[in-house]
Design a protein around this ligand. Structure first.
Ligand SMILES: *[C@@H]1O[C@H](CO)[C@@H](O)[C@H](O)[C@H]1NC(C)=O
Ligand SMILES: *[C@@H]1O[C@H](CO)[C@@H](O)[C@H](O)[C@H]1NC(C)=O
Ligand SMILES: *[C@@H]1O[C@H](CO)[C@@H](O)[C@H](O)[C@H]1NC(C)=O
Length: 393
């Protein structure tokens, strides 16, 4: 105690010692040499702190904001954004040994004399494997598969007509297929959601060409949002189902090994109304049918498909650094179930954000998956638990 006081009394020496390895030029060292008074030196002491602040803390803070700004704003989201109105979740009943009449009754619906026709319409980018699983899963109950493809990604990058080159692999749907292409607009610097909306309008036209009519069922979903077969069978047989119904899907990431949550809701089924029904991928009603299928995001076979998707995707601004596209990094994150864009979970409460931080836990359940996946487990191994290594090209 006394020693410190002594040193403080001596002013110059104290400052000298404390500062000389931190901030040589701007501090007391010089001032004592120039014979400045103790008072001046004390002021200089404040300058030292200001120096440290200006040259160390401020840049660190700015760098931190730059690197983690998105994370900080996502973390604080519960403060600036109210959660959306909750859905009205409709309980979903199914067992293969229960008759359709009883299943409809359990949902409070009647049964029809004959099933509705069903149209499955998707915008296709490059998801060849998931498209196969989707179409095999839904095949028994679909009247027409409608697929539209552009030679532009949503972010305005040119892409080949991928489906056209894989069409031979889809012979099994050929008699029920309406395939259309649309030329990209290639507007530089435009919001990707504009190109997406443009392509969805083209899909409405293609549905008319495919012959959709009133009260046919129309599935609106991305390729990777796959309704389960029995869900579509239920909806085509039951009377009085809601005009528009969202489907709650299990959310998987990279493969069926990483179950993120059970809350995917964007996919929807519509009883088509001419002149009224428009293809959309946002919230259109409060009705949500529980446990109606799978949403497998970034479920690709090869690393190059991951890279393409990261660049092509509507949120390509999330690729903040070029090293995010490094194949080794991508492979490592896939095996860990970690986020490719180094983002925080998009949730509305602190509890959910914190609960979901860090990698997605591994899941070892492979029951209740699309039947085509299990029947062809060799071909689709990368989608099953314990097989995170991807083809490198
Ligand atoms: C379920 O249905 C199958 C035929 O569809 C029948 O063989 C089987 O006995 C049924 N099981 C039960 C528990 O009713
Ligand atoms: C995209 O397709 C349209 C029509 O099919 C064609 O006119 C255009 O040249 C294509 N653009 C590119 C970049 O491939
Ligand atoms: C999702 O639902 C299944 C039951 O269908 C349950 O076992 C699982 O724990 C749920 N997962 C999450 C992440 O909520």
């Amino acid at each position: 105690m006394e020693k410190t006081l002594m040193k403080a009394e001596q002013g110059g020496h104290y400052c000298f010692k404390k500062t000389d390895n931190l901030c040589d030029d701007c501090c007391c060292q010089q001032s004592s040499r120039l014979g400045m008074s103790r008072l001046r030196c004390a002021f200089r002491g404040i300058d030292v702190k200001a120096c440290i602040f200006m040259f160390a803390i401020v840049p660190t803070f700015i760098l931190g904001l730059y690197l983690h700004g998105q994370k900080i704003s996502y973390f604080l989201r519960p403060l600036w954004e109210k959660p959306p109105k909750p859905f009205h979740e409709i309980p979903h009943y199914y067992n293969e040994n229960v008759t359709m009449e009883n299943l409809c009754k359990l949902h409070g619906w009647g049964i029809r004399d004959y099933p509705r026709r069903v149209y499955d319409a998707v915008l296709f980018s490059n998801e060849v494997d998931l498209l196969t699983l989707r179409w095999k899963e839904l095949y028994p109950y679909i009247t027409q598969f409608v697929l539209l493809e552009s030679n532009s990604t949503f972010t305005g990058l040119p892409k080949p007509f991928v489906f056209a080159s894989y069409r031979d692999q889809f012979k099994f749907v050929e008699p029920r297929l309406t395939y259309g292409t649309v030329g990209g607009r290639f507007k530089k610097g435009e919001n990707p959601f504009v190109e997406e909306a443009y392509q969805r309008v083209a899909l409405d036209q293609l549905l008319k060409i495919a012959g959709i009519s009133d009260d046919d069922l129309l599935i609106m979903s991305d390729v990777d949002e796959i309704p389960s077969r029995h869900t579509i069978n239920l909806l085509r047989w039951c009377d009085d189902i809601p005009q528009v119904l969202h489907l709650q899907l299990k959310n998987y990431l990279y493969s069926f090994e990483f179950l993120v949550d059970n809350k995917s809701w964007r996919a929807s089924v519509h009883r088509y109304q001419t002149g009224k029904t428009r293809y959309a991928h946002y919230r259109q009603t409060d009705n949500l049918l529980a446990d109606a299928g799978w949403h497998c995001s970034f479920c690709f076979r090869s690393i190059s498909e991951f890279i393409f998707k990261m660049k092509a995707y509507s949120h390509n601004d999330r690729v903040k650094f070029s090293h995010y596209l490094n194949p080794k990094r991508i492979q490592r994150l896939i095996c860990n179930g970690a986020d490719l864009f180094d983002m925080l979970p998009e949730e509305y409460t602190f509890r959910e954000i914190i609960g979901k931080m860090g990698p997605v836990p591994h899941s070892y359940s492979a029951i209740h998956l699309p039947s085509c996946l299990l029947e062809n487990a060799d071909k689709y191994k990368f989608l099953l638990p314990g097989n995170c290594m991807r083809e490198s090209c």
